[in-house]
Design a protein around this ligand. Structure first.
Ligand code: LFR
Length: 497
């Protein structure tokens, strides 16, 4: 095929984008055609996604393509963050507003379920680390509100499946997004029906699971008419954003750890089968599904969220700073003076992050960061340290050494974080592509069209199309020593709480 155009719509937790992928048969180029904010809405006592607005932006992105390109794209696919969902009844009506995974109702629901079903046995079934926002706990919360007593023709659809349904009219569940739920058997790669029973979720709620890279219908005629485009094929891509990001790691070797860096930093390795032993559980590793039935064994690290929330707080206080300014000022700091545990539950909900970080440092008897520069540096140092710790744990689980860290996603624009990640881990950091998620999304569409056949082939395309940057480790001895201090701080805090 010569010059095929595909649209990737990537919804992140803080912003979304429509990317045009142009494929010439051996190389890919990508270009932004529409960007938009994704601001959650606190409504009464709960936190929701603004689904209607987001669907509007999805249509605006298709319209932008029309203005820009010629004719209709070869296909469209949507990816989003994990775990969240909506209910759609038999007439195609959306029942209620999808909840945001940071909503407060999940923590008590998790505690409720874990008091009946211990984490050891839950993890043993699903291989998914118990994080309060996992779909399984959200459904327990729904159940407590009697929200699971729905008609037999109502279905639960994860966010990308929900967007895809309203584009195509097809109700199905894509594997990689379903794998974030904590409701799958990771070996069978299918719903764990017994578990669904245990949480009293009617089995009629769940649709069959389709593998990523599958064409699932066409753009509905009413939307095609509204936007004046043709009957564009709609593809189920690797529709969990992190799964698409991992698809586009520019390496054919198996000796690296990756970090998909955006609001979250997802750090892990790609495996053929899950690792579900006691170490993996205690260290907080999760086994999500990837393209080609791979397993993404990774840890959720509260990544740039900590910086995003500082930035938001400073804006509220009338002192807006750009990410570039934040990075530049942190670079001038001495660094390695105080740390927080990025995984601390205190940082999960939106709020006054500078205050929470100062409080953490105060509680642990450390120097309390005063200036904005000190705060940003504390966050970036702490993330780098957590990367180091996570690398140690991964190497222990695999019983072998890894030789490089691949970082992909928007987070690589934070060059300070990339350099400090190299320093902390003592491994070279290979950074890029920045649009990893959209690239993975597009290439899985190309696979659905038969343009490429395998993950290796896709990664070769990424290597040829998007040359990465490289950061060599510096100041290794100093970082090794500081890592011991970091571990002491984290340990002290976790023993206290
Ligand atoms: C990243 C991500 C993570 C998931 C978190 C919450 O955007 O998808 O993989 O754990 O968001 O859904």
């Amino acid at each position: 095929t010569n010059h095929m155009h595909m649209l990737a719509v990537d919804f992140g937790a803080s912003s979304g984008r429509t990317i045009l992928g142009s494929w010439d048969g051996s190389r890919l180029t990508v270009e932004d055609i529409h960007r938009f904010a994704n601001d959650p809405v606190q409504l009464g006592t709960s936190l929701h996604w603004d689904f209607l607005r987001l669907f509007h932006e999805l249509k605006r992105g298709i319209h932008a393509y029309k203005q820009h390109g010629s004719g209709s794209p070869a296909s469209i696919a949507v990816d989003t963050w994990g775990v969240d969902y909506g209910f759609v009844d038999g007439k195609g009506k959306l029942l209620g507003n999808p909840y945001h995974y940071r909503d407060a109702r999940n923590v008590p629901a998790m505690e409720e379920l874990l008091s009946k079903l211990p984490d050891e046995s839950l993890y043993g079934r699903t291989g998914i680390q118990s994080l309060s926002f996992n779909t399984i706990f959200q459904l327990v919360a729904e159940s407590c509100e009697n929200a699971l007593q729905v008609d037999a023709d109502t279905r639960m659809l994860f966010m990308p499946d929900l967007f895809r349904f309203y584009l195509s009219g097809v109700r199905s569940t894509e594997y990689t997004i379903a794998s974030t739920s904590g409701l799958l058997n990771p070996i069978a790669r299918d719903w764990d029906r017994e578990l669904l029973n245990q949480i009293a979720a009617p089995s009629s709620l769940f649709t069959p699971i389709v593998m990523p890279g599958t064409a699932e219908g066409h753009l509905r005629r009413d939307i095609a008419e509204e936007l004046q485009v043709g009957p564009i094929p709609i593809v189920a891509t690797a529709s969990h954003d992190t799964a698409s990001a991992v698809v586009s790691i520019p390496s054919l070797q198996g000796d690296y750890a990756y970090i998909s860096c955006g609001t979250w930093s997802l750090m892990g390795v790609e495996l053929d089968e899950p690792i579900m032993n006691e170490h993996a559980r205690r260290w907080g590793f999760t086994n999500e599904g990837g393209a080609e039935r791979k397993i993404r064994m990774l840890k959720n690290i509260m990544g740039l969220w900590l910086l995003q929330e500082c930035k938001r707080q400073w804006e509220l206080e009338g002192e807006a700073l750009s990410y570039t300014e934040m990075q530049e000022m942190a670079k001038l700091e001495r660094g390695l003076t105080c740390y927080v545990d990025p995984a601390d539950a205190a940082f999960l909900a939106p709020g006054n992050m500078p205050q929470r970080i100062r409080h953490y440092c105060f509680q642990t008897g450390q120097q309390v960061p005063q200036t904005k520069a000190e705060l940003v540096r504390c966050i970036v140092d702490s993330l780098a340290m957590m990367f180091r710790q996570t690398l140690d744990e991964i190497e222990h689980l695999l019983d072998r050494k890894l030789t490089a860290i691949h970082i992909v996603g928007g987070g690589i624009q934070n060059r300070l974080l990339c350099q400090l990640a190299a320093n902390a881990t003592g491994r070279p950091v290979i950074a890029g592509p920045v649009e990893a998620t959209a690239i993975g999304n597009v290439m899985m569409q190309a696979k659905a069209h038969g343009e490429v056949q395998s993950l290796e082939q896709i990664r070769q395309v990424v290597i040829d199309s998007f040359p990465p940057d490289r950061y060599e480790p510096e100041d290794s001895a100093q970082w090794r020593e500081a890592f011991e201090t970091y571990k002491e701080v984290i340990h002290k805090k976790s023993v206290r709480s």
